[in-house]
Design a protein around this ligand. Structure first.
Ligand SMILES: [Ca+2]
Ligand SMILES: [Ca+2]
Length: 182
């Protein structure tokens, strides 16, 4: 996959233009003005969205798509550089500086996520492994330079209900018309 460096030069402007959107519960942080619009999050009622600066794309290195084990960007993460079709062989191996590294598997264990794409890619998370666009069910997606935490869980991981503790795979996609979180 080719990756653009040009986006970096627009980050300052994006940060200045970022807006704050608050919806109860889920917290989404957007650095991109295009993703900061007050999109309908009806499917995610009970969570809240927030937009801040690009620098706040929490603990997710530039060019990566990061997932977190808890409702915090300081919790243990796993950082994906590219599409990953099966989370069952991935672990929360980044401690983000607070010693919170975990041996837990990523599959059906994601409570927060951040998109620090340097190439303008959206992060699309699916309920099952080996997703097929247009066929498989999307758990949620994130626009570039956006992060979300507080994903709702019904308390049972991997049962296809809720948004937290359900993601099993990740596809990186170019910008789509899908209404992502932030
Ligand atoms: Ca994997
Ligand atoms: Ca569930």
């Amino acid at each position: 996959m080719t990756r653009s460096m040009g986006e970096t030069t627009t980050r300052w402007m994006a940060a200045v233009a970022a807006a704050i959107v608050l919806v109860t519960g889920l917290i989404v942080t957007a650095a991109s003005p295009a993703s900061a619009a007050g999109a309908d999050k009806a499917g995610f009622a009970g969570v809240s969205t927030t937009a801040v600066t690009a620098a706040a794309v929490g603990n997710c290195p530039r060019g990566y798509h990061c997932v977190y084990i808890l409702d915090s960007f300081s919790s243990a993460s796993h950082n994906y550089f590219n599409t990953d079709r099966d989370f069952s062989d991935d672990y929360f191996d980044r401690d983000n500086g607070n010693g919170a590294e975990s041996d837990s598997v990523v599959d059906n264990n994601v409570r927060s996520a951040a998109n620090s794409s340097s190439g303008g890619y959206e992060s699309h998370f699916f309920y099952g492994s080996n997703p097929v666009v247009g066929v498989s069910t999307l758990v949620f997606c994130l626009n570039p330079n956006t992060q979300a935490r507080g994903l709702w869980t019904d308390g049972t991981p991997g049962n296809g209900t809720g948004h937290g503790d359900e993601a099993s795979s990740l596809l990186l996609r170019g910008r789509t018309s899908i209404d992502c979180l932030g």
